[in-house]
Design a binder for this molecule. Structure first.
Ligand code: HEC
Ligand code: HEC
Ligand code: HEC
Length: 335
């Protein structure tokens, strides 16, 4: 049967692995090698065969985790792709592979190497433009923020999406474009995470105190940061797009850093609780990324103060807002 032109089929990672394509030596040709050797996504499917997965699945009565869509949707996404959307040879047990992030390859496999192809041509051919931070954040957040309540109760780790840090901890198989700012990536990622948390926690079956607190607290951090970057409005998705396409300057990073570092008064007299702990946790992750994106030397200047903030948010039940406020003031004073 001829391929339906409107259906983009997945071909599988071996289709990208030839040594003259992405399975060779050197920065330009080694993406498959790097993913295959070092990227946790390569082994996300194998996680479903470890004991902890069996325990989670048992608590859920979900059967074999490696065969349950409740798990494969994130750990082995090809398992859930309908027949019409894949070539016959596709290894359906594969982990999170090239096309999960870059888009199904059949329509662009031949053309994307053409020397006359621009980024726009490649995007039109179906290769997802992951250099756009909004597109990138939407790609990662699909698996990295929301987990259903019953999975968490069954022992699945809680997920906290943070685009900049998580992009850096992947063994990176690309060079960031000129003008890339980790601080901008952080903010786009947090806006998108907020949108997703709000959406997820509005579902009746997911609504609970934990989800409600997360939504409010990330909102508090993100609204403050976006405002300092000059972006306001009610529509979170529109804000994420606006931040992704704005010209981010070193002064923008400094303004956002200042806005977050000066928020001690909001913690000073707060009643201890889960909400405060969530808020502080997101705030510290943000400070970390903003400091990493600041001029050389800024981060080392407040190394001890930042480490203390990380220590204070380690335990949610043991979180003391007033202590956090004091530590935050110390960091702010050194900036
Ligand atoms: C189809 C789902 C999916 C997508 C899309 C995805 N991931 Fe993951 N990611 C996973 C799973 C599942 C794991 C856990 C792997 C394991 O240990 O089994 C993971 C693990 C990771 C880890 C290591 C654990 C951690 O959280 O520090 C990083 C870093 C990471 N992903 C970054 C990213 C980034 C950046 C993107 C977007 C460019 C992305 N991921 C897109 C599913 C996904
Ligand atoms: C929404 C996407 C998603 C779903 C659904 C999901 N996972 Fe995960 N899982 C992840 C991500 C992302 C991580 C990595 C977390 C981290 O390291 O921060 C992870 C981590 C894990 C870990 C810990 C791995 C480690 O090395 O610490 C286990 C075990 C696990 N998942 C099993 C399961 C099982 C079993 C199911 C089905 C019942 C499932 N997952 C469903 C996204 C998902
Ligand atoms: C977890 C998501 C994810 C997976 C899995 C993944 N990539 Fe990527 N890849 C990215 C991101 C994000 C970028 C950066 C995009 C940009 O800036 O243009 C990228 C960039 C690239 C680039 C451009 C390199 C450059 O410097 O411009 C190539 C080529 C590439 N990936 C190939 C692959 C291949 C081949 C695989 C599978 C072996 C793969 N990727 C798997 C997320 C992923």
């Amino acid at each position: 049967m001829a391929a339906d032109p409107v259906i983009a089929r997945f071909v599988g990672s071996p289709g990208c692995a030839s040594s003259s394509c992405h399975g060779g030596a050197g920065d330009k040709r080694s993406q498959w090698v790097s993913w295959n050797a070092a990227d946790v996504h390569r082994r996300a499917n194998i996680t479903l065969s470890v004991r902890r997965s069996a325990q989670i699945a048992e608590a859920l009565k979900a059967g074999d985790p490696a065969a349950s869509p409740r798990c494969t949707v994130c750990h082995a996404p090809f398992a859930d792709v309908p027949a019409a959307f894949r070539v016959n040879a596709l290894d359906r047990t594969d982990g999170v592979s090239c096309e999960t992030c870059h888009g199904p390859a059949e329509p662009y496999l031949r053309s994307h190497t053409r020397p006359d192809f621009t980024r726009v041509d490649r995007t039109l051919a179906g290769l997802r433009d992951l250099s756009n931070l909004y597109v990138r954040a939407n790609t990662c957040v699909a698996c990295h923020q929301n987990v259903d309540r019953d999975l968490l109760d069954a022992g699945h780790p809680e997920l906290v999406f943070e685009l900049d840090g998580q992009t850096r901890s992947e063994p990176r198989h690309w060079k960031e474009a000129e003008g890339f700012s980790g601080a901008q990536a952080w903010l786009v990622g947090q806006l998108v995470a907020w949108r997703e948390i709000a959406w997820h926690s509005s579902k009746p079956e997911q609504r609970d105190a934990r989800a409600g607190a997360q939504k409010l607290e990330i909102g508090w951090v993100v609204r403050r940061a976006a405002k300092a970057a000059g972006i306001e409005g009610e529509d979170v998705d529109a804000q994420a797009k606006a931040v992704a396409s704005m010209k981010w300057k070193p002064e923008t990073t400094a303004a956002v850093l200042k806005a977050l570092a000066s928020s001690a008064p909001d913690f000073r007299d707060a009643t201890p609780g889960m909400g405060q702990a969530h808020r502080a946790e997101r705030l510290v992750l943000g400070l970390d990324r903003l400091l990493a994106a600041s001029p050389v030397g800024t981060e080392t200047k407040v190394e001890k103060e930042l480490a203390e903030l990380f220590r204070l948010v380690q335990s949610r039940p043991g979180f003391v807002p007033a202590d956090f406020a004091t530590a935050l003031e110390k960091l702010a004073a050194k900036l």
